[in-house]
Write a protein that binds this ligand. Sequence first.
Ligand SMILES: [Zn+2]
Length: 167
Amino acid sequence: MSHATIPGGFRQIQRHDGIFQEQVHDAYKSKAKLPEPTVCPQCGAVYHEGRWQWQQAPANAHQETCPACHRIHDQYPAGFLTMKGEFFSAHRDEIMRLVHNHEKHERAEHPLKRIMAVEEKDGATLVTTTDIHLARGIGEALHHAYQGELQYHYNPEQNLLRVSWTH
Ligand SMILES: [Zn+2]
């Protein structure tokens, strides 16, 4: 695989790299501590006990757009998952069901984990996500279900993750 195709700032990391455990700078995380409760006027997620959750917001809740809606508005994904290969092409419908089911499951618990878009690009399918952990989780789920080759490229400056699955 040619590294010329990887944009600047990304470096390859191993699947179990501890990088994901680190606190990294993320421009989409609020710099100031949000008042609680804060409700996102776009999606209705509520910031409570230090994290965004799906719950009913009181009428007097502070309003501020959550990081996921902010990224969707800016069309600025955090995670990029590229899927390609003969196996993928032959089983695309089934695999895309797994991708969407994984997101649905994660999003139910974590409002900031969402798929932003699914695009066809250069014979591959690109799924973009609002959260790097969702892109990684979908990659893990694909590898667990079907094997294939999984690669991660991480950009620590901007906290972006590119996952590529080839099968
Ligand atoms: Zn929101």
